[in-house]
Write a protein that binds this ligand. Structure first.
Ligand SMILES: *[C@@H]1O[C@H](CO)[C@@H](O)[C@H](O)[C@H]1NC(C)=O
Ligand SMILES: *[C@@H]1O[C@H](CO)[C@@H](O)[C@H](O)[C@H]1NC(C)=O
Ligand SMILES: *[C@@H]1O[C@H](CO)[C@@H](O)[C@H](O)[C@H]1NC(C)=O
Length: 328
């Protein structure tokens, strides 16, 4: 019962959030990707995002953190950044060494991939919530809870030995806890303040229609492309008049290189039924003025008319020249 209520509240919060367009909280997330190809070849890279915007990169070749936004330093001093880079450098080499030792201890076969997702969400005031999850070969296996490492519900049994070892290392646990519950929220709230105008900007989408590969004889695939919008929540539907077309297929919202988003929405229809359809786009940047694009059923035939028209003119001019030559 309690779970149902929480789920319901969560669902309502999601709806509120997506309808509102700009959520109240902006999570800060770091992703670590570590590949172990064999006993000698390994690399570890990191990325960080404040909500939808990538703020930092941390590449295997170097110890320094790359600042991807003018405001990526938040309110940390140069000294604090230097300390953090030092901690991360030490962390990377001990992480690599520990994993290589675990691989021997648990006789794990190469290659394998580890991903760590860690972050926090700073709320107004000083409240925050942090998380750290680890995935092995793409499956969530370990989380950091409070002050201990804990196996995920579906973690394989062989992992328990590794977790036991991890929990013996009090120094590392204290470091992780401090990073998650002090450093992360402090960094996140500084970033939030420094990057506020970019986070809260509204960028209008551009939309256009095209015809996709034919899904079958006498059928058309109508494509509606929406690109260049920010933030990410967007509503795009194929419509007939005011009627949503439930067979509308929505792709994934994909990132453009400039921190805006792209979405393609398609509809598969009988060739004779395309006329009268339109694509409608709702986005927070449009202030209620939806973009509506009408499918022009004569699209392909109009091209033919233009080509024919041009040909006719050419024929007429050539004819005129020939006639004049003969006449003279
Ligand atoms: C380890 O993996 C790398 C990258 O796949 C490869 O180039 C290298 O030859 C491998 N080394 C050994 C000893 O297998
Ligand atoms: C990653 O960095 C480590 C330490 O600097 C280095 O030993 C290793 O060769 C690098 N891996 C690759 C694939 O460049
Ligand atoms: C937040 O924490 C800082 C010190 O960490 C303190 O000075 C400040 O008063 C706190 N703010 C609130 C709203 O609790």
């Amino acid at each position: 019962m309690g779970h149902c209520l929480i789920l319901l509240l969560y669902g309502l919060a999601q709806i509120w959030e997506s309808s509102e367009g700009s959520p109240r909280n902006f999570p800060f997330r770091c992703l670590q990707i570590s590949s172990f190809a064999n006993t000698t070849w390994t690399r570890t890279d990191g990325l960080a995002w404040l909500w939808e915007l990538q703020t930092h990169a941390w590449r295997n070749g170097s110890d320094s953190i790359h600042f991807l936004k003018p405001w990526s330093r938040g309110n940390f001093s140069p000294q604090q950044w230097e300390d953090l880079q030092h901690i991360l450098g030490v962390y990377r080499s001990s992480f690599t060494r520990d994993i290589q030792e675990f691989a021997i201890m648990l006789s794990k076969v190469y290659p394998f991939e580890l991903q760590l997702s860690a972050g926090c969400e700073a709320y107004p005031g000083n409240a925050s919530e942090s998380f750290l999850h680890v995935a092995f070969q793409g499956t969530h296996v370990v989380s950091f809870q409070g002050t201990y490492w804990e196996p995920a519900p579906d973690a394989p049994l062989w992992l328990n030995r590794a977790i036991e070892e991890l929990n013996k290392d009090q120094g590392t646990r204290e470091m992780v806890q401090s990073l998650l519950s002090d450093t992360c929220p402090q960094l996140a709230s500084g970033l939030l303040e420094a990057g506020k105008s970019e986070l809260e900007q509204q960028v209008k989408p551009k939309a256009w229609l095209s015809q996709g590969p034919s899904p079958g004889s006498d059928r058309l695939q109508l494509e509606c492309h929406v690109s260049g919008f920010y933030p990410k929540p967007v509503w795009v539907m194929w419509m007939r008049g005011e009627q949503d077309q439930p067979e509308t297929q929505r792709g994934d919202v994909l990132p453009n290189a400039d921190d805006t988003w792209y979405l393609r929405v398609t509809l598969d229809v009988a060739a004779g039924e395309a006329a009268g359809l339109s694509c409608r786009v709702k986005h927070s940047s449009l202030g209620g003025q939806d973009i509506v694009l009408h499918w022009d059923g004569s699209r392909s035939s109009s091209t033919i008319w233009i080509v024919l028209g041009c040909l006719l003119i050419v024929v007429f001019i050539v004819g005129l020249i020939i006639w004049k030559k003969r006449h003279w």
